[in-house]
Design a protein around this ligand. Structure first.
Ligand SMILES: O=C(O)CCC(=O)C(=O)O
Ligand SMILES: [Fe+2]
Length: 393
């Protein structure tokens, strides 16, 4: 049985996995015989039953049953779905300037130590990643682990235990799993996959370290920026124990983000105030996905998760309490907000697809932003960022 067969078997196992497989991105770039054969067998993704709340908002009505819009009680029109109690969708909650503010923060301030990122466990704290990457700096970083490893031996991802078996390899440099075909199609990029002529070491597309010196390594910071997959704000999380580790140093959540989150959370908790204590920043490129998972680490599920999307359009799957429940697929675009509270807190969800193709990305017109935003626009035009904000206690 070949690799793809093995994937297929796993992918078909539950309703959630079937939906992930249906919506995932298939790379078409390789010219290998296997890829061409596979490409021919993959029909274009049928997006006809992906719910588009933005479209419904602009049309003013929905043909889907069970979708309700409340446009009286809050600052924004808020959608609910009868089959998903505790779930709220607020399309276009953030304007363009505000989106750009949080995109900048997500790339400059939020990955700063003591906040941890997917790079911390391997390279230790990295200061000023964004600015130094823009300047083309490389850095000699002491490796925390001396051994060369193609696949990460330690939990590197918040989502390790819900990675889809469709993705049989965990990319060390990816906090997220890659649902796309990664056999012969996994063309490493030129910059990061070279053995160094100068005797230095580089990380390749799989996070492996090559070169002569295994104990320290020179890495272009642009590579680490491109491989940034998550950062944690506020209370820090120990992903191996799946628990907040209160002994880890942390900065309080930025007040402006707390204020925004408590305003956005109102539809899910109209009678009390949401106190943001922690957040995960997820960074997605075209091949990245977030496998179906539950967020069950916080104590009180009546407090919503406030989830804000920036950049390229994505498909969000919202399932039920097990993976056997068929998930509802919906588009998430830049500026959209999702709240998951009560029963929805106990529902599997994930992001199987990011649309980075400019024709499909549905990006807002960031060109109206200040010229100093250019580098951020270049990044976000090919990426997606999600701010996932939680009240822990
Ligand atoms: O990226 C998203 O929209 C969802 C992220 C998420 O579910 C999480 O961080 O737990
Ligand atoms: Fe989640």
């Amino acid at each position: 049985m070949g690799y793809l067969d093995a994937q297929e078997g796993d992918a078909e196992r539950t309703a959630f996995r079937r939906a992930e497989k249906r919506y995932k991105f298939y790379k078409h770039s390789s010219t290998s015989a296997r890829s061409i054969k596979h490409r021919e067998s993959v029909p274009p993704t049928d997006l006809s039953d992906v719910i588009d709340f933005r479209k419904i908002r602009h049309l003013g009505f929905s043909t889907e049953s069970g979708i309700k819009m409340d446009d009286k009680n809050f600052q924004w029109p808020v959608f609910t779905m009868e089959q998903h109690p505790g779930f709220y969708f607020i399309p276009e909650a953030l304007g363009i300037e505000e989106q750009m503010h949080w995109i900048k923060e997500s790339l400059t301030t939020f990955p700063q130590p003591p906040n941890r990122t997917n790079h911390t466990a391997v390279y230790g704290p990295i200061f000023d990643l964004w600015n130094r990457a823009q300047k083309g700096e490389s850095t000699v970083l002491p490796m925390k682990k001396k051994e060369t490893h193609k696949h990460c031996p330690i939990p590197r991802t918040p989502f390790l235990d819900h990675l889809s078996p469709i993705s049989t390899e965990i990319d060390c440099a990816n906090g997220l799993s890659d649902l796309s075909e990664t056999t012969s199609d996994n063309t490493p990029d030129n910059e990061s996959n070279k053995n160094s002529a100068d005797g230095k070491s580089y990380i390749d597309a799989n996070g492996a370290i090559s070169g002569e010196q295994q104990h320290s390594t020179s890495i272009p910071l642009s590579v680490l920026l491109r491989k940034l997959r998550w950062a944690t704000l506020g209370l820090q999380f120990d992903w191996s124990k799946r628990a907040y580790d209160l002994s880890l140093p942390y900065n309080k959540m930025p007040q402006k983000l707390c204020d925004l989150a408590s305003k956005l959370a109102e539809p899910a908790m109209p009678d009390s105030e949401f106190h943001a204590e922690a957040a995960i920043v997820n960074y997605f490129g075209q091949d990245d996905m977030l496998g179906g998972h539950l967020d069950d680490m916080e104590k009180d599920w009546s407090k919503p998760i406030v989830s804000i999307s920036f950049g390229c359009k994505a498909i969000f799957l919202l399932g039920g309490p097990t993976r056997e429940h068929k998930p509802t697929a919906m588009f998430l675009r830049s500026g959209d907000v999702v709240l998951m509270a009560g029963p929805a807190r106990g529902c599997f969800h994930g992001v199987p697809r990011i649309f980075v193709d400019p024709k499909q990305a549905d990006l807002p017109d960031f060109s109206t932003c200040d010229p100093s935003c250019k580098t951020f626009i270049d990044y976000i035009n090919r990426s997606r960022i999600n701010l996932n904000i939680r009240q822990v206690f």
